[in-house]
Ligand binder design. Sequence first.
Ligand code: ADP
Length: 456
Amino acid sequence: MKKFNSIKNRVTIYYAMVIIVISLVFSLMLSLSIEKQVSLVTEDTLIKTVQNSLDDIDYENQIIEIDNDFDSYSQGVTLLVYTESGQLIKGKTPKDFPAYTPLSSSEIQEIETEQHIWHIYDLYQNYDNGQGLWVRGIYAMDDALHSLAAIRHVMLLILPLLIVVAVFTGFKITKKAFEPVSEIAETANTINSGYDLSKRLPLNNSEDEIYQLSETINKMISRLEESFKNEKQFTSDVSHELKTPLAVISAECEYALSSDMSTEEYKESLETILGQTKRTTSMVQQLLQISRSFNKEQYVEKEIFNLSPLAEGTIAELSSLASDKGVQLISDIEDDIYINADETLLVRIIINLVNNGIKYMDSSKENPYVKFTLKKDSNQLVTLEVSDNGIGIAEENMDKVFQKFYKVDKSRTGSGESFGLGLAMVKWIVETHNGTISLSSQLKEGSIFTVKLPIE
Ligand code: ADP
C-alpha cells in the first residue's frame, strides 16, 4: 500500500485541517471578543471616573473648591478640570496628548496620535451660581492594547503548538485504531500467498466494527475451505468411480486382443465392455445433472399438474424391476393431488427412493416389500413416503447417505448404477421445491424416507 494513500494518513490530514480551521476561527473570535471586552471595560472606567470626580468639586460664589480627595490620575484615567471658557484649572495634560482637543459633551471620542490612541470623555457640570465646569477624562488605550497584543502573541505561540500536539495525538490514535486492520491485511496476505485456508483472522476483544469485519471474513474463509474440501473430495470420488469401469474395459480389451477367441467369447467381451461403458455413461450423466443442479444451472420448470396418476405410472414401471428381485411393491396413492412442481424432477425422486428400497433389500427377509405412499396433508403439504424392510441404515450414517458419493457399503462400486449420487440428487430436488426430506431407519429392520413438499 502506498504510504500517502493509507486511510491513516488521510484521516490525520482531514483531522488536522479541521483542527486548524477550528483553532483559527476560535482564536479570531476570542481575540475580537477580548478586544470588545477591553474597550467596554475601559470606556466604563473612563465614564465612571469622570462622573465620580464631580463629587469632589464644588463651585460657589465664584469660588471653585476642589477636595483634597480629588485624584488627578485614577485607575489609568487622567482627570483635568476646565472652566467654562476652556481654561485648565486642575490636572496635567498627559505627555503627547494634543492639548488643543476641543471640549465636547458628546460620547467618548477616540483620538489617534503618532504614539498613542486616546479615549476622551468630557463632562460639563452646571452649578447653582449659573456657572459651569468641564471635567475631562483621558485614557491612553496603549495599556489595554498592549495587553491585547500580548494575548495575541501568546495565542500565536500556543496555536501552532496546539495544532502540532493535536495532529500528533490524532495520528497516534488513528494508528492505534487501524492497527487491527493492518493485522487483518497481513493475515489475509499469508492466507492468500500460502493458500492456507485453515488460518483465521485474529479477533480482538472488543466486539466493534473491526471484530465484525474479521468475523465475516472468517466465515467466508470457512465456507471457501469447506467448498474447496468438497471440490477435492468430489474430484477424487469421480476419479475413483471412473477407475473401476475403465480398468474393466481395458482388461477386457487386452484379453480379447491377446488371445484367439470364439465369436461367442468375443461377443461376451464386447457385452462386458458395453455394460461398463453404459455404467460409465450413466454415471457421467448423473454427475452432469448433479453439477448443473449444484451450480443452479438446472432449469426447474414448475407447473401445476396431477401428481397422483404420474406416481401410479412410475410405480407401475418399477414393479417389474421389483418382482424380478422378488420384492413386493405396494402403493397407496391418494387421488388427484395437484402440485406446483417440476414433473421430471418429482418422477426422479420416486424412482430414486423406490429403486433404493429394492436395491438395498435384505435377501434373507421372508416378505421383502417396498411401500410407496402419497397423500395430501391437511396443512397444504404433500407427503411422499417410501418405506422398506430392507437392510436399514445405521444411525451414524443417516446424515451421510445424502452426501454426494457416499455409500454405506463401499464394495458396491461394481454393481449396477450405485454411485452414491441418488439421495444427494433427491435432497437437492426436495430443497429446490422448498420441501424437506427425513429418514428414519433401523439396521436390519428397514428404512422410511419421508418427503414433504408444499402444494404451491
Ligand atoms: P447409491 O444407491 O447410488 O449408492 P444413494 O445416494 O441413492 O446412492 O444412496 C447412498 C447410500 O445410502 C447407498 O449406497 C446405501 O448404502 C444407502 N441407502 C440408500 N437407500 C437405502 C435404503 N432404502 N436402505 C438401506 N440403505 C440405503
